[in-house]
Write a protein that binds this ligand. Structure first.
Ligand code: 6PG
Length: 477
């Protein structure tokens, strides 16, 4: 019997996605460079129709033509090696999908290279981690549309199933799928950093214990902030340290790492001159946190309020715990809205620049379940772009304008309290400054233009008439 689909790479994601595929009734061939995971998979799959292949020859022979192959291997060299191993055994019309976190431009290069042999190379973002892969991820496929149509019967079955439909849709040609996944991850970085800052303020200004933090986040997860990341955060506060007293969270080194998708998002935003200050701050926050030794040293040198005395700041202003929790909730929600506005705007600009014709409501729809950023808010975002496809900024959706109106006081209070207490809020303040920048009729950019014209004769425009003007600002300096 020839198998419906092949999975190459049986790491955590590959194994779980393959089990998901087998569960949905598709026959499948699996291959892994090292043979042990293949054997383990065959055992785990039981009597499901699985061809456990030890060689690429066996693997490619086992598949129905044109072949459909999902690669779940490490981005970069891993994908390069897998392509090299498979290519001699593939034929014209075969579909080879990279389901990892690859840079969209690399995917486009490979698509071009493999098209010479008639191989349909395809880039697909898969989100949801281990459990998403096993029980239903959100998937962002991009490449040739006809190839998508051939993959769709399987993808729509294995995707997370939301009342609005399966969490998968054709994103666009070329690297569009991997691009949308990259933006998903940028937004993920933003969400995580905003949550971390909320935690910091609640813990250090509000004095909330882990137990109280767990309760607070659980309560938030019942309302407008409902999301996977808020839900897992609530849970994290409850997990005991297996090696000591108290909660595990307090024993974890405060230096965050990353694999690069957030940085790519910031790089591409810079290329497209799109402002994404919240996501950029989240990347910066990870970078700054990673030098723990440096921070310990500097903490003894640079002056400023002592974060250990942060609680006094709220007391001095007469802000009780309940009011602080409400303010932090509002700050988190409003900041999150700004972050999504930036991410969606970047998608829009990239789509225009690269002629991808990205469908923003559809992207918001497939992010509603299965992926890491799944959240109640996404249905609002979907509705906002569906009701006005020309919406110049997400925040201008009339119902979101109302949401932002109600969150002003708390949002500003949190940023100012944190500044007073010496607690950094890179992402929360970036969101607030983004908000205040885009809603400001007159910015101090007039001074920037004057300075540019002063030292470089870069010219400026006037408010009251047209034309590019230059002034001799100062004779002799
Ligand atoms: C997902 C995640 C997933 C992975 C990221 C984390 O959507 O399932 O985004 O792709 O967890 O690689 O990225 P960092 O290691 O850069 O935090």
């Amino acid at each position: 019997k020839e198998m419906d689909i092949g999975v190459a790479g049986l790491g955590v994601m590959g194994r779980n996605l393959a089990l998901n595929i087998a569960d949905k009734g598709f026959s499948l061939a699996v291959y892994n460079r090292h043979p042990d995971p293949v054997k383990e998979f065959a055992a785990a799959a039981g009597d499901k129709p699985v061809a456990a292949c030890k060689t690429v020859e066996e693997f490619t022979r086992a598949l129905k033509r044109p072949r459909r192959i999902l690669m779940l291997v490490k981005a970069g060299v891993g994908v390069e090696n897998t392509i090299a191993a498979l290519k001699p055994h593939l034929e014209k019309g075969d579909i080879l999908v990279d389901a990892g976190n690859e840079h969209f431009s690399v995917t486009e290069r490979r698509e071009r290279e493999l098209s010479e042999a008639g191989i349909r190379y395809f880039g697909m973002g898969v989100s949801g981690g281990e459990s998403g892969a096993r029980h239903g991820p959100s998937m962002m496929p991009g490449g040739e549309r006809a190839a998508y149509e051939e993959l769709a019967p399987i993808l729509t079955k294995i995707a997370a199933q939301h009342p609005d439909g399966p969490c998968v849709a054709y994103m666009g040609p070329g690297g569009a799928g991997h691009y949308v996944k990259m933006i998903h991850n940028g937004i993920e970085y933003g969400d995580m950093q905003l949550i971390a800052e909320a935690y910091d303020v609640l813990k250090n200004i509000g004095g909330l214990s882990n137990e109280e933090l767990a309760e607070t986040f659980s309560t938030w997860n019942q309302g407008e902030l409902e999301s996977y990341l808020v839900q897992i955060t609530a849970h994290i506060f409850t997990v005991k340290d297996p090696e000591g007293q108290g909660q595990l969270l307090d024993a974890i080194l405060d230096a965050s790492s990353m694999k690069g998708t957030g940085t790519w998002t910031v790089q591409d935003a810079a290329t497209l001159t799109a402002a994404i200050p919240t996501v950029a701050s989240a990347v910066d926050a990870r970078v700054l946190s990673s030098d723990k030794q440096g921070r310990v040293r500097i903490s003894k040198v640079l002056p400023g309020p002592d974060p250990a005395k942060a609680a006094a700041v709220a007391q001095a202003r007469g802000i009780d715990r309940k009011a602080l929790v409400a303010a932090v909730r509002d700050a988190l929600y409003a900041s999150k809205l700004c972050s999504y506005a930036q991410g969606m705007n970047l998608l829009r600009l990239a789509s225009i620049e690269r002629k991808w014709d990205l469908d923003l409501p559809e992207i918001a729809r497939i992010w509603q379940d299965g992926c890491i950023i799944r959240a109640r808010l996404l249905s609002r975002i979907k509705a906002a772009f569906a009701s006005d496809p020309q919406l110049p900024n997400l925040l201008l959706d009339p119902s979101l304008v109302e949401d932002l109106r109600g969150r002003q006081e708390g949002w500003r209070k949190v940023v100012s309290l944190a500044a007073e207490a010496g607690l950094p809020t890179l992402a929360t303040s970036a969101s607030l400054s983004y908000y205040d920048t885009i809603r400001r009729e007159r910015l101090p950019a007039n001074l920037i233009q004057a300075q540019r014209d002063f030292f470089g004769a870069h010219t400026y425009k006037r408010l009251d008439r047209d034309g590019d003007l230059h002034t001799e600002w100062s004779a002799g300096s």
